[in-house]
Every structure is written in structure tokens, then in C-alpha cells.
Design a protein around this ligand. Structure first.
Ligand code: FPP
Length: 222
């Protein structure tokens, strides 16, 4: 969800105003995804590298997430949205942790759309953790190292209960993966759009789905 800062700068507003507008874009995109029948929508809200931002900005982002959860939880529940988290959200302090875990609990039986929020998430560290757990199981004799295959690895990732990524959208003209779902995106279609995240709306999401639908996916075959 890139471009919040630039959106604010263009308007001579503080960065937090861009993140606030970004949270509105989250709301619109989520609605559009529910309407389109999307099963899983994953949002990269805070990377493990985002701690390098100023204390003020980190605190603003935490505040916004808290505000969003308080305001949207009832609607998420009503719309049949199940909330899932990936990353280590425990680093965000008990106030936010409690709210996040409550939201996961309250929505866990919902089936219409799974909204995955990546918080304090980094893909390499996720893969390292999964590898370490497999190595520990092998060292204890619980599994045969020869039995470690792609399915065994996928089962140790934080996304073990989720499908592989089909479409990855990055906004604001950046053309990088930036440590996001590297394993899960192995066969994802990539879409880079110039739109700044706060300007991303229902029409942008529909256009992205349209673009995706026109792609020919071969998964390495012909
Ligand atoms: C990247 O833009 C955006 C973020 C690091 C934060 C994303 C967070 C939200 C949209 C707020 C709330 C989230 C939820 C799930 C409700 P940037 O700051 O890097 O922008 P720039 O590249 O223009 O500087």
C-alpha cells in the first residue's frame, strides 16, 4: 500500500494524513473485494523494516490501526470477513495486541472473505523460521530430512491455511517485492500501478481484477 507519504506531501499535509487517507482506501478496497467474490485479500500494513521510521510515524500507524479496528470490527463481522494476521504483531504493545486478537476471535467463523493483515511481517524471516522448525523436527527424529518437500515447507509458513497468491498489486509506481510473501508469490501475477495508495479505490481494484483475468497463467507449463 505504497504512496501514502507522497499523497500527503503533494497536498502539503503531514504524513499521518496520507496514512489516514490510506486507511479509507483499505475500507473501499475491502468492500470491492467482498463484492467481487475475492476469497483472500492480504494487506501489507507494516513491514519488519518499517520500525526504521520515526517514532512519531510508527505511533501514528499504530493509532490508525487501533482506530480502524474499533470502527470497522462490527462491519467486518457483518460482511462475513474473517481477520487473520501474519507477522509478529506481539511487538505492537498490549493495547493493540488485545484489539487485534479480539478481532481475530470475533470474526473467526466468517467465511466470505479472509482479510490477512501483515504486521511486522518479513518474508525472509518467515522462511527462516519455517526452516528452523523443520530442522528441529529432523534433529529430534520426528521427520526424515528426505521428507522435507515443498508441502512440508508451506505447512510451516504463517500462511499454511491460505492459498498461494494469485495477484500481487503494488501501488505508487514502485516495482519491487520488498520482502512480501516471497514463497507464496512464486507464481503470482504482478501488477504495478502508478496510483498512490490513498487514491486506490473500487474502480482501481476492479481494473486490477480485469487485468488479472486477461493474463494467461501457465505455472511453468505451456
Ligand atoms: C506505505 O506508504 C504505507 C505504509 C507503510 C502504511 C500502510 C498503512 C495504512 C494504509 C494504514 C492503516 C492500515 C490498515 C490495515 C487499516 P509510504 O508511507 O511508504 O508512502 P511513500 O512511499 O509515499 O512515502
Amino acid at each position: 500500500m505504497d504512496g501514502n507519504g507522497r499523497w500527503a506531501a503533494k497536498r502539503a499535509l503531514p504524513r499521518v494524513a496520507g496514512h489516514r487517507a490510506g486507511a479509507e482506501a483499505v475500507r473501499n478496497t475491502l468492500r470491492a473485494a467482498v463484492e467481487a467474490g475475492v476469497e483472500v485479500l492480504t494487506l501489507y500494513a507494516f513491514s519488519s523494516e518499517n520500525w526504521r521510521r520515526s517514532e512519531e510515524e510508527v505511533s501514528d500507524l499504530k493509532g490508525l490501526l487501533r482506530f480502524y479496528l474499533d470502527r470497522e470490527l462490527a462491519e467486518l463481522a457483518r460482511e462475513g470477513v474473517r481477520l487473520r494476521l501474519i507477522g509478529d504483531h506481539t511487538a505492537f504493545g498490549s493495547d493493540l495486541v488485545d484489539r487485534l486478537e479480539l478481532a481475530v476471535e470475533v470474526t473467526r467463523h466468517n467465511r466470505k472473505l479472509t482479510l490477512v493483515i501483515a504486521l511486522n511481517y518479513g518474508s525472509r524471516s518467515e522462511i527462516v523460521g519455517a526452516s528452523r522448525r523443520l530442522a528441529e523436527k529432523a534433529a529430534k527424529g520426528e521427520i526424515d530430512p528426505a521428507a522435507v518437500d515443498e508441502a512440508a515447507m508451506a505447512a510451516e509458513l504463517m500462511t499454511s491455511d491460505l492459498p498461494d497468491l494469485d495477484l500481487l498489486i503494488r501501488t505508487s509506481g514502485e516495482k519491487r517485492l520488498s520482502n512480501f510473501l516471497l514463497w507464496q508469490a512464486a507464481y503470482a501475477e504482478l501488477l504495478f500501478v502508478d496510483t498512490l495508495w490513498p487514491d486506490f479505490d473500487k474502480a482501481s481494484f476492479q481494473a486490477a481484477l480485469h487485468d488479472f483475468a486477461a493474463r494467461q497463467r501457465r505455472f511453468g507449463g505451456r
